[in-house]
Ligand binder design. Structure first.
Ligand code: PGA
Length: 254
């Protein structure tokens, strides 16, 4: 049974007052909901994890980091370890977000190591993969994604079964351009095919989320696709009404 997730990536947004308002609005919107096997995961700037944990009360929300160090401890200024995220209530962490790959030159091998360290720290890594518009237009999309996934498989071996992938076409992130549902489904099917090379069970068990300009009005259609197991939401996760509507689409879909 694959996990059905809605993940909010707040990026470099939020502050003490905003967080309070957001949590009380989410609390109101989610209090009657029977969430069953589905999970909502909030990835705020790590410095706010403690505050947000305190505001959680009985909300069906889990926490995640936006990134994690590939190191466990030591002289690595500015880094946050998996153990630290765990201690502050995280169950998940994003790794390899395209903003880290592009702006911080994180290569496939580093992303794979981060996923490995996250697992060793008791966190579930949500590993982001996806192509640029140039790569898509020049027909390199599948090769790029395959390489991103293969690096993780090479590093994690049989532990690959315990991760989550997020397909985020870079051209759709924060641009308002969403992949059409059939484009997204096609990419997800391709990713599942790559995982199948590692075994049927792996392909069956690993959840693949879609991310890139997800909004309330496209969430449901994306979630109806057979290989889309959840959503990774950036901008829309900062607007409570929008994010609540996306969470409720999850409940209404397959
Ligand atoms: P977006 O961001 O929803 O604002 O496009 C998604 C992401 O970067 O994870």
């Amino acid at each position: 049974m694959r996990k059905k997730l809605i993940v909010a990536n707040w990026k470099l947004n939020g502050n003490w007052a905003f967080n309070e308002v957001m949590m009380s609005e989410l609390s109101l919107g989610l209090k009657e909901v029977q969430w069953h096997d589905r999970e909502i995961i909030l990835c705020p700037p790590a410095i706010y994890l403690q505050q947000l944990n305190g505001l959680m009360s009985d909300l069906p929300i889990l926490f995640g980091g936006q990134d994690v160090s590939e190191q466990f401890f030591g002289a690595y200024t500015g880094e946050i370890s998996g153990q630290m995220l765990k201690e502050f209530g995280c169950r998940y962490t994003l790794v390899g977000h395209s903003e880290r790959r592009v702006r911080h030159q994180e290569k496939n091998e580093l992303v794979a190591l981060k996923a490995k360290t996250a697992l060793a720290s008791g966190l579930i890594p949500i590993i982001c993969v996806g192509e640029t518009l140039d790569e898509r237009d020049s027909g390199k999309m599948n090769a790029v994604i395959q390489q991103q996934i293969q690096s993780v498989i090479d590093c994690l071996k049989s532990d690959i079964i315990d991760v989550v992938f997020a397909y985020e076409p870079i051209w759709a992130i924060g641009t308002g351009l969403t992949a059409k549902v059939d484009q997204a489904q096609e990419a997800h099917e391709f990713i599942r095919g790559v995982l199948k090379n590692y075994g049927e069970l792996c392909a069956e068990k690993v959840s693949i989320l879609y991310g890139g300009s997800v909004k309330a009005d496209n969430a449901q259609d994306l979630l109806e696709m057979p290989d889309i197991d959840g959503l990774l939401v950036g901008g829309s996760s900062l607007i409570s009404a929008e994010f609540l509507a996306i969470c409720l689409s999850r409940l209404n879909s397959k």
